[in-house]
Ligand binder design. Structure first.
Ligand SMILES: [Zn+2]
Length: 153
């Protein structure tokens, strides 16, 4: 599930964050009318740096060093970008199965099956479920349900 997020006004200054491979730990960013028209790869620890810079800009009401590199200067734009960046990074880091269980719309609450953190039982994607000796011995451990939650097939 590839997802593209937009923040800011349409046209000049709009920020695009594209997550092409959820769960693979990277995204691409672009600011329309910015320093470059190319998508910039933001991978691994750079995603945390991006989020920290955007958050610092919002809290301090000053420009973001990271965003400045893309050609965007204002804290106001960072305020529009912050919730979008949080969601995009959640998808890039956690993958679609985990993302869908964190960002749930009201119609989807309670409709997804539990997802095992060890073997991915409950995944809506074929090929995601693996064998886990821990699950065989202790049962599945559902994502987002706390440390003591378990279920057994
Ligand atoms: Zn399991």
């Amino acid at each position: 599930m590839s997802v593209t997020y937009y923040a800011g006004p349409d046209g000049h200054g709009q920020i695009e964050l594209a997550v092409d491979d959820p769960g693979h730990g990277y995204l691409h960013a672009r600011v329309y009318g910015g320093a470059s028209t190319d998508m910039t790869l933001v991978a691994g620890a750079r995603m945390a740096e991006m989020l920290a810079d955007i958050t610092a800009a919002v809290l301090s009401d000053e420009s973001s060093a990271w965003v400045r590199g893309l050609g965007l200067l204002t804290a106001e734009r960072c305020r529009a970008l912050l919730p979008v960046a949080q969601e995009a990074i959640t998808l890039a880091v956690g993958g679609t199965d985990r993302y869908e269980r964190v960002y749930v719309d009201q119609e989807g609450v309670g409709k997804l099956p539990p997802l095992c953190v060890n073997c991915n039982e409950g995944s809506g994607f074929s090929g995601m479920v693996t064998i886990s000796s821990q699950c065989v011995e202790y049962g599945h451990h559902p994502y987002g349900a706390g440390p003591d939650a378990r279920w057994v097939d």
